[in-house]
Design a protein around this ligand. Structure first.
Ligand SMILES: NC(=O)c1ccc[n+]([C@@H]2O[C@H](COP(=O)([O-])OP(=O)(O)OC[C@H]3O[C@@H](n4cnc5c(N)ncnc54)[C@H](O)[C@@H]3O)[C@@H](O)[C@H]2O)c1
Length: 458
């Protein structure tokens, strides 16, 4: 075992009694960060990486963005955007301040910090797929040098930073706390929320050693108003999972309550509104057609998988997943019943799904329950179209074979469908027009309350 490794282990084991003395290579990094001379490398320029890149650029740091998708790189370098809520103006402003995107990972040598924002999906067996993280670090490593900081932002199971990244760095003689820094700092985002963005959402961070943490804090503090240090990378990894599991479990609960209330002829939304008047001890969660997005349907199973290694079955998490997973099927059952009430069969019916994005007022269709509902309806012989002002087209995908364009809404088009399914209640829809001209609307969001005869709650 090298001396550097022994020092790193000792520091990790005795963080309080043995205050970290910053080694020379890291002192230089510290200076470059504090003087805003550090170049930031963002790996993965998607929903998480791109806003972060723009934020670091906005506060005056040089940013180099890395992505394996040459189309994204070309679009950014041309000063354009591919994410609806990020305007091309913002990209152009960053370009003017030196922001550049590249597919050339050899340029890793130019950066002081590598911030990894790559996907962490589930594989076909619904197990964690870390292949993107591993591919990114293994492509970057041959071009890394002592004196760099690595920050993982992708959501993942507790231990990933220690067990997946640290050994790979050590393979290149890069020892966290000694000649490089390693931190985990999860992304938090609420797409479409006008009050919270990258700069003012408090950000949790844990370091492999106290020195790593100090360097990570110094870096992020340039861009983020409030940093929340925790004692280890594992604590930071677990924090992110707790946040998302908390949502998944509570949404599972209200979805179950919705099914019960529906059977009893009670409007669940009225009940939640009433319960939410309690000034303490109740947090309102809204039921819907199922879970969507890149986080809540996926992340809980990162913990479930890791917990098995410790002999623990995470029954609560699995149960919430089961209920949430069932919701699109329940909605389809309600559509079948609603059509039946009008003397129509699902097979051969013309159905227009309103809102394809997984939540309102955004353009992200990943894991959207609306898409699953469309798929289930089509498999039963319905003719499917959709309308979504944020999603102009929905091309063929790996899991789904639709090749559709958003239908513009007019009184005539609305009236031409047997049934409208409100899957996502974008504010841009004209609800009065919908209710006035639709033959039948199945509302999965509780948006159309008030007893209109053609509206069925689902
Ligand atoms: N989107 C959210 O709201 C959100 C919120 C919190 C956390 N997260 C987490 O952040 C991570 C990234 O999510 P996202 O939504 O930004 O994903 P995304 O799919 O929007 O973007 C990922 C980007 O990484 C690129 N990429 C893939 N492999 C790469 C590689 N080897 N090197 C460089 N780039 C590569 C892809 O081309 C893509 O542009 C995930 O772990 C996710 O769970 C996402």
């Amino acid at each position: 075992m090298s001396l550097a490794v022994i020092i790193a282990i000792l520091r990790h084991s005795f963080p309080v009694t043995m205050p970290a003395q910053t080694p020379a290579t890291l002192t230089q990094l510290q200076q470059r960060i504090s003087q805003k001379q550090a170049t930031i490398g963002i790996y993965g320029l998607g929903y998480v990486g791109l806003p972060l890149a723009l934020r670091f650029s906005e506060v005056g740091l040089k940013v180099l963005g890395f992505d394996i998708d040459p189309d994204k790189v070309a679009t950014l370098n041309a000063g354009s955007s591919y994410i609806e809520r990020i305007t091309s103006d913002l990209i152009s402003q960053a370009r003017a301040k030196g922001f550049e995107a590249t597919t050339d990972f050899a340029r890793t040598a130019e950066v002081d910090a590598l911030i990894l924002c790559v996907p962490t999906p589930l594989n076909a067996h619904r197990e964690p797929d870390l292949s993107f993280i591993i591919a990114t670090i293994e492509t970057a490593l041959p071009h890394m040098r002592p004196g760099q900081l690595v920050s993982l932002e992708s959501t993942t199971w507790p231990g990933t930073t220690d067990e997946i990244l640290a050994p790979r760095l050590a393979g290149y003689n890069l020892i966290p706390g000694d000649n490089c820094a390693l931190v985990f700092s999860p992304e938090r985002e609420d797409p479409g929320n006008p009050h919270y963005g990258t700069h003012n959402i408090p950000k949790v961070i844990g370091g492999t050693t106290p020195t790593c943490l100090d360097l990570g804090l110094a870096l992020y503090q340039h861009a983020i108003a409030h940093m929340v240090p925790v004692s280890s990378t594992r604590a930071a990894e677990m924090t992110k999972l707790l946040e998302n599991i908390h949502r998944s479990v509570n949404i599972g609960l209200v979805n179950e309550m919705k099914i019960v209330a529906d059977k009893m002829g009670i409007n669940i939304h009225e009940v939640i509104d009433a319960a939410a008047t309690k000034p303490f001890g109740f947090v309102p969660y809204r039921p819907g057609p199922g879970l969507g997005g890149h986080c809540i349907p996926i992340d809980p199973f990162y913990l479930t998988w890791k917990a098995r290694e410790y002999g623990i079955n995470t029954r609560f998490i699995e149960l919430a997943g089961e209920i949430n997973h069932f919701m699109p099927h329940w909605v389809v059952g309600k559509i079948v019943d609603a059509l039946n009430g009008w003397g129509l069969a699902l097979k051969g019916s013309r159905i227009l799904v309103l809102g394809l994005a997984y939540k309102k007022n955004i353009d992200d269709t990943r894991e959207s329950p609306a898409v699953e509902i469309m798929d289930l309806l089509q498999a039963k012989g319905a003719h499917i179209d959709y309308s979504d002002p944020h999603v102009p087209s929905f091309p063929r995908k790996r899991d789904y074979h639709f090749d559709l364009h958003s239908v513009p809404l007019s009184p005539d088009t609305i009236a031409s469908y047997d049934c409208l399914v409100l899957a996502t209640d974008h504010d841009g829809f004209d609800y009065q027009q919908l209710v006035q001209h639709a033959r039948l609307i199945v509302d999965t969001r509780g948006r159309l309350r008030g007893g209109q005869g053609n509206v069925v709650a689902a």
